[in-house]
Design a protein around this ligand. Structure first.
Ligand code: SAM
Length: 472
């Protein structure tokens, strides 16, 4: 197999030999300060780095250069994403699954956990609970089971989710995290109005991948790895990739992740919309210590910083798998989206207490959405419930154009402020309202165009009067 990022064959665009060479090259040059400085200079142009250069930065051991990597990542994040953090929540539809994934409690052999699949009435109840928290953006999650969770079921759930209007609530963007499927199914998802199609590679290492997925359709490495190409062929141009860190060696995964991004850019003209960085967590019959590639918080944060530098236009997502402390650190280094108030069980949002029986993994940030919003603002961020881009047709390369044109500050910034105002009026606690109004007042001044500032002030007044869903 020869490395070819333009190839449509998994083992050619995610090429084992190329990854091993890259990791070797990075290790050989980890103390080569001249090369590292050259790469940092290249990175400062904010055009990204290829997997080789980025892998050298990740391997670097010099403390002052590591500081520079962090500083640059922070700067790039500020330049491209400002201080906005977009919020979302996962919604688990069904934990029926026919796969045998060794790290996931939904694996077919697990007889401890009850199997549950939401009816449309239950979906509606969950959505109402999520709307009452203030969520506008969901990521739906389901195990792979052609009988219990066929595409028709997923489509029906999406319809239900979009149809619920409770008080001032609405789910305005549904992202979808379901198993690899056919071009036809991806087209159906596109037609249903989904935002991003998300699929984690879990591990890019084929041998490990096959060992970790011993049975079920997910065992097929090529089918899984080529899924994003099929999704794009089906018309979905916002795709989200990710690795489940802890399964295999992080240097290998890092190179694979960037090669995947380079492949999508080369073949489809647009890279991934988001990159997620989940780590393996404790769950029903899953012990993260059984996987010997766990990485410490320091290296985890460095991976995020290097991703930020390597693909400046790609959003980065951190979930509630991480503690508030790690989230705070990693957000600064490049994360643009986080989940908040999450329940990872089927039907979990309707329960008073966080239920554990059908949970996919243990949540380490158990704060409410209001607490997360409050915390973000205290840390200097603008919590954003914006869903404007895909609703305005700014997906794929059109979204990338917005990033590159520098107009993001005249567009995303006002959208963040207006959606934050909606949250304050409809869902926030007293303290969050007070803090939020100060943030909005201060941040209006950071909108470059004075004309846009005037429009925002007018719309904020109208939001107070009861109007909703303004967007640029
Ligand atoms: N079933 C779908 C598939 O095959 O891709 C995806 C949905 S699954 C609900 C979402 C993701 O959760 C998986 O892709 C995996 O990376 C992650 N996950 C599974 N078990 C986990 C664990 N024990 N700790 C952390 N994340 C886990």
């Amino acid at each position: 197999m020869k490395y070819d990022r333009n190839s449509l064959k998994a083992e050619e665009f995610i090429n084992d030999e190329e990854i091993n060479d890259t990791v070797r090259y990075a290790n050989e040059h980890k103390d080569d300060l001249e090369l590292i400085d050259k790469i940092l200079e290249k990175a400062k142009k904010r055009k990204g780095l290829d997997h080789r250069d980025a892998s050298v930065l990740l391997a670097c051991t010099d403390a002052s250069r590591i500081r520079k990597i962090y500083d640059l990542a922070e700067q790039i994040k500020k330049d491209f994403y400002g201080n906005r953090i977009v919020l979302f929540a996962p919604l688990y539809l069904s934990n029926y699954c026919v796969n045998g994934c060794l790290y996931c409690p939904y694996h077919i052999k697990n007889k401890n956990i009850p199997r549950k699949k939401l009816t449309q009435e239950e979906v509606a109840k969950e959505v109402i609970a999520l709307q009452d928290m203030g969520h506008k953006r969901l990521a739906i999650e389901a195990g792979e089971d052609p009988v219990n969770n066929p595409i028709e079921y997923i489509l029906e759930c999406i319809d239900t989710i979009y149809s619920i209007r409770h008080k001032n609530g609405a789910i305005r963007r549904v992202n979808v995290n379901i198993a690899a499927t056919t071009v036809d199914d991806y087209r159906k998802l596109k037609d249903a109005g989904i935002g991003t199609y998300i699929l984690f590679q879990e591990t890019y290492n084929k041998t490990e991948y096959e060992r970790l997925h011993p049975t079920g359709p997910k065992h097929d490495y090529a089918w899984h790895t080529e899924a994003m190409d099929r999704a794009m062929d089906g018309g979905i141009d916002d795709v989200g990739i990710g690795v489940l860190f802890g399964l295999d060696n992080y240097s290998y995964e890092f190179a694979g992740l960037l090669m995947h991004a380079e492949h999508l850019e080369a073949v489809h003209g647009v890279g991934p919309h988001t990159i997620s960085v989940p780590r393996v967590k404790r769950a029903d019959d899953i012990d993260p210590d059984d996987f010997d590639n766990s990485l410490d918080d320091e290296m985890f944060c460095r991976i995020a910083a290097c991703i930020r530098i390597a693909v400046p236009y790609t959003g980065m997502i951190i979930s509630t798998r991480e503690t508030p402390e790690v989230r705070e650190k990693i957000i600064r280094l490049g994360v643009s989206q986080i989940s908040g108030g999450s329940r990872t069980s089927v039907g979990g949002y309707c329960e008073e207490e966080r239920p554990h029986d059908t949970e996919q993994f243990d949540v380490s940030d158990n704060r409410t959405l209001d607490e997360v919003v409050n915390w973000l603002m205290r840390a200097g961020y603008i919590p954003s419930f914006c869903t404007a881009c895909y609703r305005e047709g700014r997906t794929g390369d059109r979204f990338m154009e917005l990033c590159k044109s520098g107009q993001i500050q005249n567009c995303c910034h006002p959208n963040a402020l207006m959606t934050l105002k909606e949250f304050l009026l409809d869902y926030a606690s007293e303290d969050t309202v007070r803090l939020g109004d100060e943030v909005i007042e201060r941040e209006i001044g950071n909108i470059p165009s004075s004309k846009v500032q005037d429009i925002v002030r007018d719309r904020l007044t109208r939001i107070v009067e009861g109007d909703r869903d303004f967007r640029f």
